[in-house]
Design a protein around this ligand. Structure first.
Ligand SMILES: CC(C)(COP(=O)(O)OP(=O)(O)OC[C@H]1O[C@@H](n2cnc3c(N)ncnc32)[C@H](O)[C@@H]1OP(=O)(O)O)[C@@H](O)C(=O)NCCC(=O)NCCS
Length: 166
């Protein structure tokens, strides 16, 4: 796990409810499975080994939002990739937001925004060239959440758009 994700967690009051944003742990598997099922359907089962890997691999940053009652109310997963070009002597890091999910009962309470704020804080510390997310253009909730956290549209296709911050 990266040093940054081991740094002190933050505590935020969200619409009267307190959530704790912290690095995801392999032991969060059961709760993460519930969050993924809520988004992908009951037929989906999170692979335990893969979940453990994204919590510990240098190629990923994973955060969970813990509600005041201890529930894991949401999670965010970023894939980190480095583009190293020897002839140019350059090394560019990219953050790709792979998952941002808040349990339906906890939505519209600012948790998605808090997860993104925390990720942007990590990005500022790790200096990727940009954060990118592919999101369906019709996903208004996701678009508003990204925009409210300061991410902006850089490219738009027929049914998808990409947003980033730099
Ligand atoms: C997208 C998602 C993570 C947002 O989480 P959330 O905790 O409800 O978001 P927040 O409460 O932090 O809302 C952030 C902003 O988006 C707005 N917003 C959130 N949901 C909205 C909706 N359904 N319609 C309109 N605006 C919405 C909020 O009003 C808020 O705006 P503000 O800061 O200007 O007040 C959540 O809806 C979700 O899990 N969706 C399913 C998974 C998904 O689509 N993920 C994105 C994949 S690309």
């Amino acid at each position: 796990m990266s040093a940054i994700l081991e740094s002190p967690v933050t505590d935020a009051a969200v619409s009267g409810e307190s959530v704790l944003i912290r690095a995801a742990l392999p032991d969060d598997y059961d709760a993460a499975n519930i969050v993924f099922k809520a988004q992908l359907g009951e037929g989906f089962t999170l692979d335990r080994e893969l979940w453990g890997a994204i919590c510990t691999a240098e190629t990923h940053r994973a955060l969970v939002a813990v509600a005041g009652n201890g529930d894991i109310a949401g999670l965010a997963v970023v894939i980190v990739s480095d583009r190293i070009r020897l002839a140019h002597g350059t090394r560019r890091r990219r953050f790709h937001l792979d998952h941002l999910i808040v349990l339906p009962t906890y939505r519209r309470g600012g948790i998605g925004n808090r997860l993104l704020e925390e990720l942007i804080g990590i990005a500022k510390a790790e200096s990727p060239s940009y954060i990118i997310v592919n999101c369906e253009f019709t996903n208004v909730a996701a678009r508003r959440t990204y925009e409210s956290a300061g991410l902006y549209l850089v490219r738009q296709g027929n049914d998808r758009f990409e947003i980033a911050f730099s």
